[in-house]
Ligand binder design. Structure first.
Ligand SMILES: [Fe+2]
Length: 373
């Protein structure tokens, strides 16, 4: 019995028939040869988010560097001394810096090594358009985590592209009664949506503030903060009403929307008025650098600041639990004892991610090699 409305087809997966329902191969996450194809077909062809405009120094103030190991180079970003225009270069080459495409969406800076790529806004599509107007530019208090992970980049994205693991994997993050209750309910998202290579999932989340204070731990009660962030929404424009792309099902219990912008940029927007980004930068077929970044409206009081710190350290705990399973997953997949895996209806974004990467690889095989810059 579903807790929330499903599409007319009966499941989210069948709502997008191109995804199919067959068990899925994970060969794409354990094959060094496939990774070599993916580097060129995906990371040299798509718009990659390398940071935010706030990270690029003022004109004359030097540059901001982002390593992109998958393409064997870095993106160097600077502002033109004459007119302040943002420019990007491919770094580190023997012939000096080579200009590369660079465009900005809502303050997020993207680069693309493919001179023939479609404009960024076209590429990001309707899911991104639905977020426009969110006050990203006001959320400049930033907490960053970075980790070297022993798994294929897509496996960590998979781990964050479904939420049904939360009541089980993160059971100890909740008070005992709440944990047992959540486990017995199981998990269903409110809504899923795919658009081209991108996707999103919308979820309930009633902990900010909880219905009953006994649902949360004492430190959360005292500080009015926790994993869902500080409970009291900042009083800034842009949060009420929210941009139309958030809480697409219009559910009153809405808590989180999580967006996957292909290939490796995820954004999680939380009901209490803050957001997270995740980046997954492959360094080998079985390794990647993970970045988790939290963005808040700058604290105005010490209490606000401690609330943000609590949300940040609670996030770190969750993320450690999430990535703790990944090296085992990678090792297990590499054994090839089992090669195909059934995916449930809460995992349609996993199916979509692997299928999208495969489509880029297939399309690239049909194409002439990119013109060397
Ligand atoms: Fe998790």
């Amino acid at each position: 019995m579903p807790h929330f409305a499903k599409p007319a087809e009966g499941s989210w997966t069948e709502h997008y028939p191109e995804l199919g329902t067959a068990p899925m191969s994970y060969e794409d996450s354990i094959s060094p040869e496939y990774y070599e194809l993916e580097r060129k077909a995906v990371f040299e062809r798509t718009w990659l988010n390398v940071g935010r405009v706030e990270q690029v120094p003022e004109p004359g103030g030097g540059h901001f560097t982002k390593e992109i190991a998958a393409v064997g180079t870095s993106a160097e970003l600077l502002r033109d001394a004459a007119d302040g225009t943002l420019r990007a270069f491919r770094g580190g080459g023997p012939t000096g810096p080579v200009p590369i495409r660079c465009e900005v969406w809502e303050g997020f800076v993207f680069v693309n090594l493919d001179d023939d790529a479609e404009p960024l806004a076209t590429y990001l599509g309707t899911l991104a358009a639905g977020l426009e107007g969110y006050p990203f530019d006001r959320m400049t208090e930033v907490f960053r985590y970075r980790a070297d992970i022993g798994s294929n980049w897509k496996l960590y994205m998979d781990a964050f592209a479904e939420f049904y693991h939360a009541p089980v994997l993160h059971a100890k993050q909740y008070v005992g009664n709440e944990s047992r209750k959540l486990s017995s309910y199981g998990f269903e998202a409110l809504h899923y949506q795919l658009d081209g290579p991108h996707g999103m999932v919308s979820s309930w989340g009633g902990m900010a503030p909880p219905k009953d204070l006994n649902m949360v731990k004492p430190i959360e009660r005292v500080l009015r903060s926790g994993n869902f962030g500080p409970w009291d929404r900042p009083d800034i424009p842009g949060l009420d009403p929210l941009p139309p792309g958030l809480n697409p099902s219009g559910h009153k219990a809405w808590g989180i929307d999580s967006f996957v912008f292909f290939p490796n940029f995820m954004m999680v927007v939380w009901a209490p008025g803050w957001y997270l980004t995740y980046h997954y930068w492959p360094t080998a077929y079985n390794r990647h650098t993970f970045e988790g970044t939290l963005y808040f409206v700058p604290a105005r009081t010490a209490r606000d600041r401690v609330r943000q710190e609590l949300a940040a350290v609670t996030f770190k705990e969750f993320a450690l639990q999430d990535c703790n399973t990944l090296e085992a997953t990678q090792t297990m997949l590499q054994s090839r004892v089992v090669t195909h895996f059934p995916l449930n209806d809460q995992e349609i974004l996993l199916r979509h991610l692997h299928r999208t990467a495969a489509r880029y690889v297939a399309a690239s095989a049909d194409r002439q090699p990119a013109t060397p810059a």
